[in-house]
Design a protein around this ligand. Structure first.
Ligand code: LLP
Length: 416
């Protein structure tokens, strides 16, 4: 459930007409709903209330400071994957003891920064990384709490680009090597193995792959405990899907119930790293129709948002619902909604049945809160969109629209 609803044919973000936001802040514009963010976080987090747990929101899904700050206020921890995300999380006031650090390529400086900040733990993805963390922690006179990320070789049945827990993915350690890695972790100075971690993929629409992974991880955890590894945390990663189109993912409550049943006899604290399920449907991308164009074979709706603003359709052939900001009641047409970028992959929708629209009208691209703005770029020298957070009747400019000056600010002219 989200708070982007039509009232008499006009789209509202909570209590503000979306057209008013577009007039105030321009387009393309990302609009987030604070009530939806709170609702999604609380629904997810409370689904695990019967277990000792910590919900670490996955910063990569939407890292705007206002979003992070709001979630931190709700009690969220954070899952980070870079020094930049650590910087954002700390700037947003997140308690470092609620931060977990995942990712296959943590650089020495990033490890140092995370140790200095006193994060809860590193999710370690290779023995090289384990050794490096040990060296750095020892040099700094610190102890790094670590979990090893296990690759449970489970098929999450999602898009191949966002599957991460299968044998040939780059993520984590396979079970056999993990055993040796835990033995190593027990011996290395500056390292305290405290947990076990996995993340099998994103946009999962069934609970079964999670349970399959959990089974393997729990069984493996029992072997580790028998070997004397003092496991306190079990991190199951993120990945719960949302409805973009006709998907019917489990509700967080069902997800919580299934995991609670599977883990009720295990004393470990459960960590979860949800991203999309918290922010995905809490954001829309508002765009203006620049032209409509009819060719012998197609009808195009050319809008001012492009693949640089929302790359998911181009990259994953992802579906995002698109609706008029003010319904005009024209008959449906079959159209491609495309941006101004010079590539045929620059589309937001292809072969979509939607009411006819005219230049100057506004469209809303739904479910754009996760992996939307964060994956945007300046391709074709397009300044990045503004982001607005709406809370009831109040809108806050959460990120200014980039200017042409911003586009060249870090460059220099190389000719006299
Ligand atoms: N934890 C780890 C270690 C991850 O790699 C991810 C996502 C998450 C948590 C959060 O997963 P979520 O709950 O959001 O599914 N750009 C793609 C999604 C990439 C996901 C990468 N990892 C998209 O637009 O669909």
């Amino acid at each position: 459930m989200h708070h982007f609803k039509y009232r008499d044919g006009e789209l509202f973000a909570e209590d503000i007409p979306v057209a008013e936001l577009a007039a105030r802040y321009g387009t393309p514009l990302y609009v987030y709903s604070a009530a939806t963010l709170r609702r999604h976080f609380n629904a997810f987090d409370s689904a695990f209330s019967a277990l000792p747990h910590l919900t670490c929101y996955s910063v990569k899904a939407n890292s705007n400071l206002c979003v992070l700050g709001l979630l931190a206020e709700c009690g969220a921890g954070m899952d980070i994957v870079s020094g930049g995300e650590l910087h954002r999380a700390l700037a947003a006031g997140v308690d470092p003891e609620k931060i977990v650090y995942s990712g296959v390529g943590k650089r020495p400086m990033e490890i140092e920064q995370a140790l200095a900040a006193g994060i809860l733990m590193f999710n370690v993805e290779s023995t090289g990384e384990l050794k490096r963390i040990s060296d750095i922690a020892t040099r700094m006179g610190r102890t790094a709490r670590v979990s090893l990320r296990i690759n449970p070789d489970v098929d999450p049945k999602t898009h191949p680009y966002i599957s991460t827990g299968m044998r040939n993915n780059k993520f984590g350690l396979d079970m056999d090597n993990s055993l040796l890695a835990y033995e190593q972790a027990m011996r290395l100075p500056g390292i305290e193995p405290v947990g076990i971690d996995c993340h099998i993929g994103s946009q999962l629409t069934s609970i079964d792959p999670f349970l399959e992974a959990l089974d393997k991880i729990v069984a493996f955890g029992e072997r580790l405990t028998a070997l004397g590894v003092p496991l306190r945390y079990l991190d199951l990663g993120g990945g719960l899907g949302i409805t973009y189109n006709e998907e019917e993912p489990p509700h967080p409550t069902q997800f919580g119930e299934a995991l609670t049943a599977a883990l009720k006899d295990h004393p470990m604290t459960l960590l979860l790293e949800p991203g999309r399920v918290i922010v995905g449907n809490a954001g829309i991308l508002v765009t203006e129709v620049v032209y409509t164009k009819t060719t012998p074979s197609k009808e195009f709706v050319i809008v001012d948002a492009a693949m640089n603003d929302l790359v998911r359709p181009a990259l994953y052939d992802a579906f995002h619902a698109i609706g008029e900001v003010k319904k005009h009641g024209r008959p449906d047409k079959n159209v491609d909604v495309v941006g101004p970028i010079c590539e045929s992959s620059d589309f937001l929708a292809r072969g979509r049945e939607m009411p006819g629209v005219e230049a100057g009208e506004l469209l809303a691209v739904f479910s754009a809160g996760a992996y939307g703005f964060v994956m945007s770029s300046n391709y074709n020298s397009r300044p990045r969109a503004a982001e607005v957070l709406v809370d009831g009747e109040v809108a806050v400019l959460a990120r200014k629209r980039e200017s042409y000056e911003d586009l060249i600010a870090l460059e220099r002219e190389c000719v006299e």
